[in-house]
Design a protein around this ligand. Structure first.
Ligand code: HEM
Length: 303
């Protein structure tokens, strides 16, 4: 290939740019590393936030406690309805479904964690839902594509799919609202192991997003005050979806106390923030927390 002087010049400049970019990225990494030595607490209390923003080097299965508390993690929620045709397959064919699904989970375990919930009987538009976490959104997609290629996945229609990412606290942080921030870590879940999970999408109006920062903070403080009493019987996690999906947030909860959960939602229905909600549920998805293999077996074999 003939390279003219001017081309060589361009190549040299490109190479220099590359060096500069690399140096700049190292600088950014170092700065963010030190800024994260005092990371803002994550939305879910009771678990320590991981200082790692970027995906750690993967050498084994993903560390569940870490990925569930780290910021910058991708979360994909999807609800499924099993097609009636599935039950026309022989029992022998359906019997192998759980093993096939678990092989896919195993294949992706270094990049993805998956939680499954049985919704049949509670929901009209789903039999189960999945919550998939990955440091890399493409890894979550790779899992979901493989899952849909299993026999069980093939006979499952997706009835809702929402994605979001986890972030450090925006409002009730040590810096902006120190007392309530303390309150958040003042109590942890003490109830029996939660059996029920809820997924509730939330979208706010343009009026909300155009409020001055101090007013949004004030509203979120008013949101937080009545909720503190529920830290002992409700676990929660927040995903930010603006721009990634047609909602602003995906809220996720685990509880064993449905009356307390109902009261919690009532208390949040009564705060001024609620006037800014253009979506609060729709759908609200309730499921029981179960090992993935159990969900598949129950829906495949009835036990
Ligand atoms: C134990 C119960 C709860 C507690 C302690 C709690 C606490 C909080 C706190 C501290 C924040 C602010 C996060 C930040 O600073 O960025 C927040 C945000 C939020 N919470 Fe809750 N919450 C609870 C239950 C709920 C429920 C039941 C819902 C509705 C389904 C809900 C929906 C939201 C939403 C959508 C946000 C994000 C709002 C925004 O950034 O504009 N929370 N919550």
């Amino acid at each position: 290939m003939h390279i003219s002087y001017s081309n060589l010049h361009i190549f040299k400049e490109l190479a220099m740019n590359k060096v500069m970019i690399t140096l700049a990225s190292i600088g950014i990494l170092l700065t963010s590393g030190s800024a994260l030595s005092d990371p803002a607490p994550m939305y879910k209390p009771g678990e320590t936030a991981s200082p790692a923003m970027a995906a750690p080097a993967m050498t084994g299965p993903i560390d569940r406690a870490k990925i569930l508390t780290a910021p910058g993690v991708f979360g994909a929620f999807s609800t499924y309805m099993i097609r009636p045709d599935y039950y026309k397959l022989s029992a022998a064919e359906r019997k192998g479904a759980a093993a096939e699904v678990m092989a896919v989970v195993d294949k992706h375990k270094e990049k993805v964690i998956v939680d499954a919930y049985l919704t049949r009987g509670y929901e009209a538009k789903s039999d189960y839902f999945l919550r998939v976490h990955a440091y890399d959104a493409a890894a979550a997609q790779a899992f979901l594509v493989d899952f849909r290629a299993t026999r069980f996945g093939m006979y499952s229609d997706v009835t809702e799919a929402l994605v979001g990412i986890t972030k450090a606290l925006n409002y009730i942080s040590k810096g902006k609202s120190p007392d309530l921030n303390k309150g958040l870590s003042g109590a942890t879940y003490t109830g029996d192991a939660p059996r029920f999970a809820f997924m509730i999408p939330v979208k706010k109006s343009a009026d909300w997003w155009n409020l001055p920062e101090e007013e949004r903070l004030r509203n979120m403080e008013i949101h937080t005050v009545p909720t503190l009493a529920y830290l002992v019987n409700v676990k929660r996690k927040l995903y930010h979806s603006t721009g990634l999906d047609d909602t602003d947030f995906i809220t996720y909860f685990e509880t064993n106390d449905l009356a307390a959960f109902n009261n919690l939602l009532l208390s949040l229905a009564m705060v001024p923030e609620n006037k800014y909600h253009v979506r609060w549920g729709n759908p609200t998805v309730m499921g029981t927390i179960q090992p993935f293999a159990d969900v598949v077996n129950k829906l495949s074999m009835g036990h």
